[in-house]
Design a protein around this ligand. Sequence first.
Ligand SMILES: [Zn+2]
Length: 349
Amino acid sequence: MAKTIAIDIGHGSDTFPPSKGVYKNGKGYAEHDFNSKVGVELDKLLKHNGFKTLMKQKPFAPDVPLITRTNYYNAKGVDLVYSLHANYNGSPDVNGRCVFYWHTANDAKKLANIIVDEITKAGYSTHGNGLHASKPNSWTNLHICRETKMTAVLVENGFMSGDKDFDLVFGSKQKQYVKDMARVHAKAICRYYGVKFKDLDGTTVADKPSKPSKPASKSSGSISVGSKVYLSKSASKYATGEKIPSSIKGKTYTVQQVKGNKVLLKEIYSWVHKSDVGGSGKSTASNKPKSKSFSVGQKVTVKKSASKFATGESIASFVKGNSYKVKQVKSDRVLLDGIMSWVRKSDVY
Ligand SMILES: [Zn+2]
């Protein structure tokens, strides 16, 4: 049985300002934004390694209260709650990564030790020895560690306020750092459950579902990655079991992933049943961009008009107009070597 990991993305898009973030040179940086990036990357890696994941707190979305989160995890009976954060200290001299576990939880303590080991192996420093036992009546008394019935850890992926860590968490090294940290956490979770870690590199995991475990169920027609689908007004629950708010229904979304009888809708980052979506606008979607075909090794140029990576982040101006080798091709996007980023096919020529 695949283990279910709750990826608990720290805070929400509405928590900074006023708190949970830092200012540098007059610019604000939100912790949730960084936590979301690590969470999305970790989600990919865990699924690739055969885990089930769920996110009660969606990335880049308004804050879900802690009590709602832990009630949900407990009700769902997930195997592990993995909370992603970045730390703050008044002094810029304080840097390093650390992990919290409930002081009486030996399972969480074991996992915390593995995480610290993976952080060190990846070449990053820890704050102190990187381990904090979370206890009542102390500053370490963290809700996520205390109120969860299952194994739970809270990881501080560096200090937002640290002179060294800022550059990793929010600055020029963020892209690589997010990948590195997600990899650290995926490796630690694999190790903890005795699963051999498989990296995303060199595979075509995203092209097709890599696990032939579920027979591609009787699906309603051919829904492909990149196509637009209409979420039925009569849909009631997500494939993950939560209720679909009515504000989400009756709208068109882009398919980001297809798996068995489920599809992942990009704009809301949620899995829904295929039977709840219809192919509105699908034909237009498949008529136009299909004309472009790219191959691995080919050199392409990023359009000056391109604004965002396929993963949603803004494209830095130095990337625009520049040429890169294609490293991987997926239905609507290409992975560019050198910057190791996914760019929509419509944004390159
Ligand atoms: Zn936090």
